[in-house]
Design a binder for this molecule. Sequence first.
Ligand code: AMP
Length: 275
Amino acid sequence: MIVTKTIDEFKIARKTLKGSIGFVPTMGALHKGHLSLIQKAKEENEFVVVSIFVNPTQFLEGEDLDRYPKKEEADKEICKLAGVDILFMPTSDVMYSNDELKIMAPKIRGYILEGSSRPGHFDGVLQIVMKLLNLVGADKAYFGKKDAQQLSLITQMARNYFLETSIIPCDIIRDNDGLALSSRNVYLSKEERQAALLIPRSLQRASEKISSGEFNTSKIKNSMIDLLREGVSAVEYVEIVNRDFKLIDEIEIGNTIILVAAKVGTTRLIDNLWI
Ligand code: AMP
């Protein structure tokens, strides 16, 4: 595995890869969720490139940029063992200069749900993903459904900007207790982790209701919120949308995403279920 930190180093290493390339962009502190993306990239391509960059422009004032978990050595080891060919670990000054041209998230889909709780977040996400996709020039890039709205906006960006890289959605990986894996789970105390389980349980409750014939989204949302309020510190949103991220009144099997954002202690967690 070649570890690169600058654009020039990356480009030199990239030129040595002659064959199909799968790309997995991450912010590091790698877990089995990230690993599943790397494995899928490995299965579907001759070479795999992973980036680790905690992107400052997607964090809002007062968010956890400064304390975002960093595990550089462990991450390198994980990538090496997973058979990654190039690991790109740039610093901010490598990725950004002053007075940059900006990518802006779409005014509606970029500012609802996550974009409403975190205005401007998706501008930063799309900017860095655009840079990385252009730099890597992969055949396929892998993104988790865990960040459903991010996945949807990146897919739209790839379409709107005629990018050559196919955007590949990957399933959510969960811990044995059902909590979706996230680098931010390390912030949770033992008690908070128990409370956090209400998030996947609320999605499970929604799934059971749908299986028993309840398709009314308000009723499903209310019963999820009732459950969440038993333990989380704040419910930021529970919403039910179609795959175009439009709010829907009735569940559409095969075209629905149920999304939750909640705070447990001071930790903000998101999760979702694709129906
Ligand atoms: P992050 O490092 O949090 O920016 O995540 C990098 C990529 O891994 C994104 O495409 C995420 O959606 C994906 N990812 C994060 N957690 C999970 C998970 N539990 N299951 C599947 N993919 C995930």
